[in-house]
Design a protein. Structure first.
Length: 126
């Protein structure tokens, strides 16, 4: 069986078909899957941000406790950071706001000031 030229021709053809399929999936499908995943996360975070904006206003006005953000961050599996108009971190559910850098120079903050909202700013925090 392994000495048959037909076996090797068929095997070579199948390997080529599998390789071409793999390359096509790698270059065509994976970027679309990534775009879809990022868009889905962005929609989820946007809805959470809209829900939290009312709570943030109440906390900043002094009528609610900041601990509510920690509970919401834990429930949603997200990190919540509240900043003022100057970019100073007021509340953060993962770090101490007192030691955090000013966020005013970040691109998403500039975009939010210009348009009222910002998304698609993906970056790793230190």
């Amino acid at each position: 069986m392994f000495r048959s030229p037909i076996f090797w021709k068929l095997t070579t053809a199948f390997v080529c078909i599998i390789a071409v399929t793999f390359v096509a999936v790698w270059f065509v499908a994976l970027p679309r899957v990534e775009e879809h995943a990022v868009a889905q996360v962005a929609r989820s975070l946007e809805s959470q941000a809209r829900l939290l904006s009312g709570l943030a206003a109440e906390v900043l006005a002094g009528s609610r406790e900041e601990d509510r953000f920690g509970a919401m961050a834990e429930a949603t599996g997200t990190r919540i950071t509240v900043i003022d108009l100057e970019g100073i971190v007021l509340i953060d559910t993962s770090e101490d706001p007192a030691v955090m850098e000013n966020h005013a120079s970040r691109p998403e903050i500039h975009l939010a000031r210009e348009t009222g909202e910002a998304s698609n700013s993906v970056r790793q925090s230190r």
